[in-house]
Unconditional design. Structure first.
Length: 189
C-alpha cells in the first residue's frame, strides 16, 4: 500500500477487523457489480471509497431523469448517457488509485462467463430474475462469490414501509450447483 494512501484509509485501518493487512487485501480485491442503478450506485460508491482495487460495472442502460432520486452516481447533465461509462468517470474521480472497468452491455448467457472470470466477487444489483439466474449459473461453475441484493415484498412484514420493500443482502458461496433457485422467496412473486 502506498504511504500517501495511509491517511485516506486511516479510519478503516484503525479498525482491528481491517487493519493494514485488511486494507491491502481490499486494494487487491476485484469486484464486478452487475446493475449500476438504484442498488448498484451506492454499492459502487462505497466500494470505491473503501479502496477496492478493481471494480467492474456492467449495465446497458442510460441515465434517466426519473431515476435520479435514487441513482446517486448520476447528475442531470448525464441524462441519456451510458450508466456504466458515467459511473466509471465518477468513481475514478472519487478514487484515482483504483481501477474501474466499464462494460456498457447487458450481461447475457454468452458473455457472463468471460466477464465474471476476471473478478473475485460479483455483486448482483440487477432488477430482474433472468439476469440474476445468469449470474448464479456463471458463479456456480467457478470460484467466484456472489452477493445478491434481494427485495422482499410484503405488506405484512414491513407495514410502515412506503414501498413495502425491505432491502436484504444475501451472500452465499456458490457450490457446483445452482443455488439461487433454492432460496425461499415470497409467495407474492
Amino acid at each position: 500500500m502506498k504511504t500517501e494512501n495511509m491517511e485516506r484509509y486511516n479510519r478503516q485501518i484503525i479498525l482491528p477487523e481491517i487493519g493494514k493487512t485488511g486494507q491491502e487485501k481490499l486494494s487487491k480485491a476485484r469486484v464486478l457489480i452487475v446493475g449500476v442503478g438504484g442498488l448498484g450506485s451506492p454499492i459502487a460508491l462505497y466500494l470505491a471509497g473503501a479502496g477496492v482495487g478493481t471494480i467492474g460495472l456492467v449495465d446497458d442502460d442510460v441515465v434517466s431523469e426519473s431515476n435520479l432520486q435514487r441513482q446517486v452516481l448520476y447528475t442531470e447533465d448525464e441524462i441519456g448517457l451510458s450508466k456504466a461509462l458515467q459511473a466509471q468517470k465518477r468513481l475514478q474521480a472519487l478514487n484515482h488509485d483504483i481501477r474501474i472497468n466499464a462494460y456498457p452491455t447487458r450481461l447475457t448467457k454468452e458473455n457472463a462467463a468471460s466477464l465474471i472470470a476476471n473478478y473475485d466477487i460479483v455483486v448482483d444489483g440487477c432488477d430482474n430474475f433472468t439476469t440474476r439466474y445468469i449470474i448464479n449459473d456463471a458463479c456456480a461453475t467457478g470460484d467466484v462469490l456472489m452477493y445478491m441484493v434481494q427485495f422482499w415484498l410484503s405488506k405484512d412484514r414491513y407495514p410502515y414501509s412506503t414501498t413495502r420493500e425491505a432491502l436484504t443482502t444475501v451472500p452465499y458461496i456458490p457450490m457446483k450447483k445452482k443455488c439461487l433457485p433454492c432460496l425461499p422467496l415470497s409467495k407474492e412473486y
